[in-house]
Ligand binder design. Structure first.
Ligand code: 6LW
Length: 502
């Protein structure tokens, strides 16, 4: 932002769009760091950096080695890596997280949050999901998990001490007390939780005590945040974490969704990371409404590097935004076999398979376009919009044939096919909005096709986007758009992703 340009009065939420749920945040000096869940994708636990809480840049992934992240081939979509907690203590970064498909709770540390992160310390004594770390002034480390219960932990060895103790089970009648975070703020210990379930009834509640072990008294105003029963454009608000800015102000990061279409509303980008301010009244947090246009924070904004539209795969390795399914063995995925190309050697024979070779990036905008130049002379592969193994649309090339395929639950369809000239061909996907005609209008439509030799786009079909939404497919993730190989060897010269104007 140049000195002459006035600072904006509002900033856009979500601050980290696309499926980046269960955010956990910490601050070191002027720098903020944030980590999110990643489920069946490898590498796992994306780590972000910001100087202003508004602009975030992914700096790596905490679990980027098979020794850290075991995701068995039969592990389900939306299994794997659930909610992390990221903290800075005693000169190091600490990240605790649950692998529900193997190992359970584990802890990794780093001096540089961009990595490398340590091999995991397994935590067999920590039972439950959504583990949190908090340290007392005497150095005692308290680990709190969903439910909500707590156990004393040595984070360096993983040893636990004594039985887990139930601290609080949330507000009467609310289900799923989870996502606990424990903070020492002033004379109080605060216990922040999510409850109501991560769907439309999601909310945030808080309790406080004079010691980290309780007893905790609930805030009279609980839930301190929920959008349940409202017509607000951001829904499912919950799973929050608190951070104090250098100027003493308090802020909350949390997950939310942006449903589109008629009723019940379908969200396709997964649960995204939002920001909202927090004030304090009578030593209780008061949380601002989570809006799409957030009043700008009272400090200079520091935009990060602009993400390029095109990835030419010429960096010698893949950028941290690229994710694969459960693993990414070098013998199946390389950018060195053909210099400046991404080469995929097939393993599974379609996107219905959990071990299909896939490299994708989160869809982060309601309307967007993705394109790739594919050489499928020696195999079969293409460009896909994926929610999970049972919900995906793809434009697939093999030699001089291109097909549009769809998988919706039990239904597999070859929607269209056509011949293309021999040689590399540009495949393209366009996601665009749909005018709200009636209660049954879906959230968007997905057009998949090819670019002719003269560059014009020819769609092979336009499919209803509701079938690639969480409300239809279920689960905890959001759409990922990427490249795959289903037979033989397939090469990709470049990949473009850019938002389109609504
Ligand atoms: C996570 C739980 C939740 O462990 O969903 O939204 C689970 N909250 O806290 C997976 O994201």
């Amino acid at each position: 932002m140049s000195d002459t340009q006035p600072s904006p009065t509002t900033v856009s939420n979500p601050v980290i769009p696309g499926f980046h749920p269960d955010p956990s945040i910490c601050r070191v000096g002027e720098d903020y760091y944030l980590a999110c869940s990643s489920f069946e994708y490898f590498p796992g636990v994306p780590v972000f950096h910001s100087r202003d809480l508004v602009h975030w840049t992914q700096i790596g992934n905490a679990l980027d080695r098979p020794e850290q992240l075991r995701l068995p081939p039969d592990s389900p979509s939306s299994g794997g890596i659930y909610a992390p907690t990221l903290r800075h203590h005693d000169g190091r970064f600490w990240l605790i997280v649950t692998n529900v498909s193997a190992d359970g709770n584990l802890l990794v540390t780093a001096t540089d949050p961009a990595g490398p992160w340590s091999d995991p310390v397994l935590l067999p004594g920590v039972r439950g999901i959504d583990p949190d770390l908090a340290w007392d002034a005497d150095g005692t480390c308290w680990c709190t998990v969903a439910g909500v219960s707590q156990i004393r932990l040595d984070p360096r060895t993983g040893e636990t001490f004594g039985p887990a103790r139930r601290l609080w089970s949330g507000m009467p009648g609310a289900k799923a007390p989870e996502a606990p975070h424990l903070y020492r703020i002033g004379d109080w210990w605060y216990l922040l939780i999510a409850e109501g379930g991560t769907e439309r009834c999601h909310g945030v509640s808080v309790a406080r005590a004079r010691t980290p072990e309780g007893p905790f008294e609930p805030c009279p105003a609980n839930p301190v945040l929920t959008h349940r029963g409202t017509d607000r454009p951001v829904q499912n608000t919950g799973h929050a974490d608190l951070v104090q800015a250098p100027d003493g102000s308090w802020w909350m990061v949390l997950l939310g969704v942006r449903p589109g279409g008629g009723t019940p509303g379908w969200h396709v980008l997964g649960r995204e990371t939002f920001l909202t301010p927090v004030t304090w009244v009578d030593d209780w947090p008061v949380v601002g409404e989570v809006t799409l246009d957030l009043p700008a924070p009272p400090w200079p904004l520091v935009p990060g590097p602009t993400e390029p539209v095109r990835d030419d795969f010429d960096l010698g390795g893949l950028r941290p935004q690229w994710i694969s399914l459960r693993d990414r063995p070098a013998e199946h995925c390389t950018t060195t076999e053909r210099s400046g190309w991404l080469t995929l050697h097939a393993r599974g024979d379609s996107l219905d398979e959990p071990d299909v070779v896939f490299v994708g990036r989160r869809q982060q905008h309601p309307t967007c376009e993705a394109r790739t130049l594919i050489d499928a002379a020696q195999g079969r592969g293409g460009l896909a919009v994926r929610l999970d193994e049972e919900h995906h649309y793809e434009i697939e090339a093999s030699g001089t044939q291109v097909r549009l395929l769809s998988r919706i639950g039990p239904l597999r369809t070859v929607v269209a096919s056509r011949a293309v000239p021999a040689g590399p061909v540009v495949l393209a996907v366009r996601v665009s909005g749909t005018p709200l005609r009636d209660a049954r209008t879906g959230p968007d439509v997905v057009t998949l096709g090819v670019e002719e030799p003269d560059g014009t786009f020819t769609g092979l079909g336009t499919l209803d986007g509701r079938y690639l939404s969480t409300e239809v497919a279920g689960g905890f993730t959001g759409r990922v758009i990427g490249m795959y190989a289903a037979a033989g060897t397939v090469h990709f010269d470049w990949f473009d992703y850019e938002p389109l104007n609504p």
